[in-house]
Design a protein around this ligand. Structure first.
Ligand code: NAI
Ligand SMILES: N[C@@H](CC=O)C(=O)O
Ligand code: NA
Length: 428
């Protein structure tokens, strides 16, 4: 048998502990499948004494995670601390410079510094793997960069944040308030250290950045994604959507058009009986369309201890087997800067507004929409709340620009309480 593959793990939180558990539980299986023993030499985290429910006494301890990269008994550095800069980036750079392979779950770091890190890793001939960073336990990086490598990818669409999907579906199913389901998501280990990254759509946009790089051969460019989160979605929206046979999803779309690459991450409405509409809890779903394969749909747990650690160990297994792939599926120096295009496709839109409950208010809003060229298809008025009258409008197909214009004109009428909530209805 070849020599053992020796790991140094930085970060013993949800994912790090999950990884230690898998290695301890499935050691024999891993050896059978790779022909090598996979062992942990050393670990690092903020607290050495914290009870994590897993025995780490056999591993050396490093107070400074970067020291893992310098150890002679570490072949692969596993970065599971998180954070786009700071120790995570310092450790990744130190590992590359020391000629060590790296596995990370850190989408924030890669979405913002992926190009530079990939070029550096490829120059040094080391692996930089990140299956856990996108859609947790779903092997979507593998699917895109290996199984679908012969396809020209035309569109990627999907739900990529478990926290948001958990919040949106649990609020609807259990009729629970946002705060309660947010706490549940935290207990399940779904949340980022800064949960505003989850609900703000940023975490999911980090993931879409990485998928686009592989799918379309573009440099990771987080800023190219038009991003909005679920913070303004209320229980009223969830109920109104259900009434209309729709469900709200934080949906990522990256699509090649004649004008360039359209990329967005935003709350959208999908038919409740569609595969995306049926997606519950912390599940993720990625729909990939390619010129040869047509359509592939991947569904699975996008967050949490076991699923995320499953993706990390999958990368470790590849390294143990001697697999060597470019970080983003083709040499990093060949990735092109994306030509970004604004989304111009016309779609039906959902608009929820809170109107002052006084004569003529609705007529003024209808006129504002008309002036922006937005035509109303359906409208529902829900129970009055104090002096407010909530109204939901479904438009005929129109563009995002027209909706933005219509919303601005509606606000100007002075009959709205707060800003309208607008979501595209994604039918295909
Ligand atoms: N929790 C999840 O479901 C998923 C997490 N990820 C990513 O995995 C990474 C880790 O996430 P979690 O395990 O959830 O985080 P966590 O907050 O549970 O654990 C982070 C660990 O890193 C350690 N750490 C942080 N800063 C450190 C420092 N300066 N020096 C030494 N240790 C330090 C902490 O002590 C802790 O042990 C993040 O990049 C996250 O985005 C990716 C997919 C899913
Ligand atoms: N916070 C993320 C964790 C996985 O990437 C999520 O909720 O999906
Ligand atoms: Na994954």
């Amino acid at each position: 048998m070849t020599s053992p593959l020796r790991l140094g793990i930085a970060g013993l939180g949800t994912v790090g502990v999950g990884l230690v558990r898998i290695i301890q539980r499935n050691a024999d299986l891993l050896t059978l499948r790779t022909g090598r023993e996979i062992v942990i030499s050393a670990v690092s985290a903020k607290s050495r004494t914290r009870n994590r429910g897993v025995d780490i006494s056999a591993y050396d301890w490093e107070d400074d995670p970067v020291a893992l990269a310098r150890r002679d008994d570490v072949d692969v550095v596993i970065e599971l601390m998180g954070g786009e800069n700071g120790p995570a980036k310092a450790l990744t750079e130190a590992a590359i410079d020391a000629g060590k392979d790296i596995v990370t779950a850190n989408k924030a770091m890669l979405a913002l510094h992926g190009q530079e890190l990939a070029e550096r890793a490829e120059e040094m001939g080391v692996a930089l793997r990140f299956e856990a960073a996108v859609a947790g336990g779903i092997p979507v990086i593998k699917a895109l960069s290996e199984g679908l490598a012969g396809n020209r990818i035309t569109r990627i669409k999907g739900v990529m944040n478990g926290t948001c999907n958990y919040i949106l579906t649990r609020m609807e199913d259990a009729g629970l308030p946002y705060e309660t389901v947010f706490d549940e998501a935290s207990q399940l280990g779904y949340l980022e250290a800064d949960p505003t990254l989850d609900v703000g759509g940023i975490d999911a946009a980090h993931k879409l950045t990485l998928l686009s790089a592989i799918a379309f051969g573009v440099k990771p460019d987080f800023d190219a994604i038009q991003t909005s989160g679920i913070e303004r979605i209320s229980i009223e929206d969830i109920r109104a959507a259900a009434d209309l046979g729709l469900r709200i999803k934080l949906l990522g779309v990256a699509r090649v058009t004649g004008r360039g690459l359209e990329q967005s991450m935003s709350p959208c409405l999908v038919p409740a009986d569609s595969p995306l509409g049926q997606l519950k809890g912390g599940m993720n779903m990625i729909v990939i369309e390619g010129d040869a394969v047509e359509q592939v749909i991947l569904r699975g747990p996008g967050a949490g201890e076991g699923p995320t650690a499953s993706a990390v160990i999958g990368d470790v297994v590849d390294i143990a087997r001697g697999m060597h792939l470019p970080v983003f599926g083709q040499p990093a120096t060949t990735l092109q800067a994306a030509v970004s295009a604004k989304a111009t496709a016309a779609k039906p839109w959902y608009l929820r507004m809170s109107l002052l409950d006084k004569p003529g208010a609705l007529a003024k809003v209808a006129e504002a929409l008309g002036n922006a060229g937005v035509s109303i298809n359906r409208m529902r008025q829900y129970g009055h709340q104090d002096t407010r009258a909530p109204v939901v409008i479904i438009t005929h197909k129109t563009t995002r620009d027209a909706i933005d214009h219509a919303s601005a004109l509606a606000v100007k009428t002075g009959v709205l309480v707060g800003e309208p909530v607008a979501m595209a209805i994604e039918e295909d």
